[in-house]
Design a protein around this ligand. Structure first.
Ligand code: ADP
Length: 506
């Protein structure tokens, strides 16, 4: 064993004493627990007062106890085997583990230990440890890991974006939807995964709004690596540091493919029902229309027979002799053609087109169209109109469908083919409050019973033997789609009144 000179011994002694004094002073004040241990079984030689806060023991109680008595059984092996929770770096061990508190519960500690060796023999003299409460960090780590698991397992596409709009991380759902290999995306530009138009919108509107308010939301179409299109509802968040600078953006995109497909199917289904209902309404009108067509056809036959008669046995004939029957034939044929055209228009399947419409002219056309049916039911149609009405917004065929439903219902409610007395259906259009026009169809029928009133607009509600019960339901949804309302009242003098409103075109 190497011996020290008296001077060396004295210096070592004062160094030791000084170090101990300084250590003790720092240790006393520190919120971290500073402890010294024996090398073999890690008995506490010393612990700073923070031990009471961390582990519940007084300094006197803990001195002499072994760290192994306090370790959580699951952590002690880690320590022995230098598992990944124990890091070694330039003579310092860092270890995260649980110690049993005096009251029995376990506290997470993060410790850095250093071995103190005898400078002469290099033997380990003791171990110096600085420990701090790691409960918050462990909890935060756990919460982060949980969040990461949620992000990985959610069906929504989650994408983290750097400030230069390149992608820094994608979750599994995004990788699958965008058809990317795990390594494909690193620093790819986000814009490459959107249609051109939507990339522009996200860059110009989305990121600037998220930068200002922290949040932006919009419906966009994303594009996978192989060009597949994914309609998404996208939420963009700006994440800031404690100093307030934006550090990165996150983007959560909810895949709307199925929803869009369902909406499309519903729209198609609705269009089919609307069309079917128009066919039914036309069916209700068909016998009257057949009658109405029959009239011009027989008139034309008469005009032509007249011409035939005039020709009989004559070599030549003056134009003046046949001019009248011929022009009448033409006019009558055109009128019959109009009826047929209107039927074809009305029953054709077509996409709605909202335009500015003259509602009064449209109502007059529909009244003309229903005149023969009204006649057969002994009903007189009366049109009351305010002057100088503005144009409204709507689809012509849809509004014809609504008017036809209401007028046919009113005719059916008020008269019967055998009725002796004529009853009246009044159709009016006038300015309503706000920027709307109001149409009313009033009849002199029996009105609507209280029980029926609440179900009138339900699909398939009908009190008629061959009724489909779709007319009012469809009419209401068509009017509401145009921003108006459709409702029914009973009139004090008897009979029903159906009213609807439509927006005036600007
Ligand atoms: P449908 O005409 O096929 O029965 P609608 O949806 O057009 O279907 O009408 C539903 C029901 O509303 C009718 O069966 C009838 O009972 C009632 N209704 C409609 N219009 C009137 C009216 N003007 N007067 C009394 N009841 C009516």
């Amino acid at each position: 064993m190497k011996t020290r000179t008296p001077e060396e011994g004295l210096t070592a002694l004062t160094d030791d004493a000084e170090r101990n004094r300084l250590l003790a002073e720092m240790a006393e004040q520190s919120t971290d627990m500073i402890s010294r241990h024996t090398p073999e079984d890690w008995r506490f030689i010393y612990a700073s007062p923070a031990v009471t806060h961390l582990l519940g023991y007084s300094v006197e109680e803990i001195v002499g106890m072994s760290a192994y008595d306090l370790y959580h059984p699951d952590d002690v092996e880690d320590f022995r085997l230098r598992a990944p929770t124990v890091n070694y770096d330039r003579g310092l061990y860092t270890h995260t583990y649980r110690f049993r508190h005096k009251d029995g519960h376990y506290t997470w500690l993060e410790s850095t230990s250093r071995t103190i060796r005898d400078p002469d023999t290099n033997e380990i003299r003791e171990i110096l440890v600085v420990s701090r409460d790691a409960t918050h960090r462990i909890k935060a780590d756990k919460a982060n890991r949980r969040l990461a698991r949620v992000l990985e397992s959610t069906q929504d596409l989650v994408i983290f974006v750097n400030l230069d709009f390149t992608i820094s991380h994608l979750n599994e759902a995004a990788r699958v939807a965008l058809e990317l290999e795990e390594t494909d995306y690193s620093s790819s530009a986000l814009a490459g995964f959107l249609t051109e138009k939507d990339a522009r919108q996200l860059m110009q509107e989305g990121f600037s709004s998220a930068s200002q308010t922290g949040y932006w939301r919009g419906e966009l179409t994303m594009r996978s690596l192989k060009g597949g299109r994914i309609p998404v509802l996208l939420e963009l968040l700006a994440h800031r540091s404690l100093h307030g600078d934006i550090e990165y953006f996150s983007l959560v995109a909810h895949d709307l493919t199925e929803k869009k497909a369902a909406e499309e199917q519903l729209k198609q289904y609705q269009a089919d029902i609307d069309h079917a209902s128009r066919l039914v309404t036309m069916g209700e009108l068909a016998s009257s229309l057949a009658h109405e067509l029959n009239q011009p056809l027989s008139a034309m036959v008469n005009f032509l027979r007249g011409i035939e008669r005039r020709f009989a046995g004559k070599e030549s004939l003056a134009w003046s002799d046949i001019e009248l029957p011929i022009t009448r034939s033409i006019r009558t044929a055109l009128r019959a053609g109009e009826i047929v055209h209107r039927m074809m228009d009305f029953t054709r399947k077509q996409e709605p087109v909202v335009t500015e419409l003259n509602l009064a002219a449209l109502i007059r056309d529909m009244i003309d169209f229903c005149e023969s049916m009204a006649d057969r039911h002994s009903v007189r149609l009366v049109f009351e109109i305010d002057h100088d009405l503005p144009l409204v917004l709507g689809d012509r065929i849809q509004l014809e469908q609504v008017l036809l439903n209401l007028i046919v219902n009113a005719i059916e409610a008020s008269g019967s083919p055998a009725a002796e007395q004529f009853s009246t259906v009044r159709i009016s259009v006038a300015k309503d409050k706000g920027r709307q026009l109001r149409v009313q169809v009033k009849d002199q029928g029996a009105g609507i019973s209280e029980a029926d009133m609440s179900r009138l607009f339900d699909r398939f509600f009908s009190t008629k033997q061959t009724g489909l019960g779709m007319g009012l339901a469809i009419s209401r949804s068509l009017v509401e789609n145009l921003g108006g309302e459709l409702w029914a009242d009973n009139l004090p003098e008897g009979g029903a009144c159906f009213s609807f409103t439509l927006n005036i075109a600007d």
